[in-house]
Design a protein around this ligand. Sequence first.
Ligand SMILES: Nc1ncnc2c1ncn2[C@@H]1O[C@H](COP(=O)(O)OP(=O)(O)OP(=O)(O)O)[C@@H](O)[C@H]1O
Length: 299
Amino acid sequence: MTTTPAIDIDRLNVTYGDFHAVKDLSFQVEQGELYALLGTNGAGKTSTLEVVEGHRKASSGTVRVLGKDPSDRRAVRPRMGIMLQESGFSPDLTVAESVRLIGKLSGRTDTVDRVLGIVDLTRKADTRVSQLSGGEKRRLDFSTAVYGRPELVFLDEPTTGLDIQSRDALWDAVDQLREDGSTVVLTTHYLEEAQQRADRIGLMHNGTFRHEGTVAELTRTLPAAIRFSLPAGSPAPLLQAAPLADGSYQIETFDLQTDLKQLLDWAHAHSVDLVGLSAAPTRLDDVFRAIEADPVAAA
Ligand SMILES: Nc1ncnc2c1ncn2[C@@H]1O[C@H](COP(=O)(O)OP(=O)(O)OP(=O)(O)O)[C@@H](O)[C@H]1O
């Protein structure tokens, strides 16, 4: 049985006057997935999400959210929890009043106590928003994503300003939402979070995808690096080891395990110490840097 995707985007375009911010973008987010929409600054992530969240009209293309047109706010809004970068709660309201307001505005059912417990603000229930710290405000923002266990959750830079404990607690709560069946769309510039959490990633640059897939699929687009130095008087290293400016060597490889074994076998056979040996798999950061450094991609 095929299920309807939580988000289905077909040839989306967003223009601002003459400026083409999103260009023929197509992708789907499956139900229950954690999908990270990542990209360079100005890539078009916010423009895309504004259409998906029903805040902006597409210039052209088709967008379906939970099987509906996102501009049909009454049908879609109660089923979505959106944690923006700034939720803009009134500074005069207390934390409990703000959470109650989320319930009224979203139309979902929950209890204020449960939500405050999840975002760890129970002790601040009667504190005014204006008196919260930056991290506490961010946790209050997160209530919008938690209240009433929405089917589809958007997290826009959710952990910015959070200490490590609050970050862990937020991700535990996201795991819980997913266990309850929610689909999660994440945008973040903390790439290691996307690397750890995302089922799939759409990587945008200049209004379109440069890559889309699992972390393994994205990182497979670039070689991994093995680095080492050799003590003076060592024999010449394997052919594919390129000398670097600091006197060390680097082997770039798409088959880290095989090449590392070959290097270790060579060192053993020649009784050579590989000084400062490191073998780093490709990370999402490397894929990003390669996009920014690529003159064709940057055009
Ligand atoms: N209202 C607007 N009018 C004109 N141009 C806009 C408008 N909103 C966004 N843009 C431009 O569209 C492009 C995409 O912007 P968008 O905010 O969607 O990118 P983003 O991927 O979210 O970027 P960032 O990571 O920097 O937040 C940028 O070049 C931006 O300057």
